[in-house]
Design a protein. Structure first.
Length: 148
C-alpha cells in the first residue's frame, strides 16, 4: 500500500493530498504549506505537511519541479530527496516531507503557500544477494539513518 497522508499537526490547515497533473505524469506535485522568503544564497526547509506510506521495497524520490530553477532561481540543495519506507511515522517528526530549497539567484524570492515546488516519484529498488542492513532504527529525517 502506498499513499500520502497529512501530518497530524497540519490536518486543519488546508493541506491537500498530492496529485499528478496529467494521466501520464510520473510525479505527484508537492506544495509548500506556508509562505517562505529566500534571500540570495539561502537554504531553507520547505514544509509540505505530508508524510508517505510505502511498501518496503519502494522509496519516494523527490525532484524539483522543472520550472523552479528557470522561473524562481531555486533548486533543491540535496538535488534529489530519497524518502525510505521507514521514514513514515518516525518518532521525531512523524515522517514529515520537507523540501530543502536553495536560492542560487541574485534576487529575493518568495514561495507562496500552496505553490508547487517539487514532485515525488515512486520507485522500486533492488538489493544485492548478500545484503545485510546495520539494523539501525530511523529516528528522524535528514541524516538520521546514520544514527544508532
Amino acid at each position: 500500500m502506498r499513499k500520502f497522508e497529512i501530518i497530524k499537526k497540519f490536518e486543519a490547515q488546508g493541506v491537500t493530498i498530492p496529485s499528478r497533473a496529467t494521466a501520464h505524469s510520473a510525479g505527484y506535485d508537492l506544495a509548500s504549506i506556508e509562505d517562505i522568503t529566500f534571500n540570495p544564497g539561502d537554504i531553507k526547509m520547505v514544509p509540505t505537511g505530508l508524510k508517505v506510506k510505502l511498501p518496503g521495497d519502494e522509496a519516494l524520490f523527490v525532484y524539483p519541479r522543472s520550472s523552479l530553477g528557470i522561473k524562481k532561481h531555486l533548486t533543491m540543495s540535496n538535488n534529489v530527496g530519497v524518502i525510505d519506507a521507514d521514514y513514515y511515522n518516525n518518532p521525531k517528526n512523524e515522517g514529515h516531507i520537507m523540501v530543502p530549497l536553495y536560492n542560487f539567484g541574485k534576487e529575493i524570492v518568495t514561495i507562496e503557500k500552496g505553490e508547487r515546488i517539487a514532485q515525488g516519484i515512486f520507485m522500486n529498488y533492488k538489493k544485492t544477494e548478500d545484503d545485510q542492513s546495520d539494523h539501525i532504527v530511523r529516528l528522524g529525517g535528514f541524516g538520521s539513518s546514520g544514527t544508532k
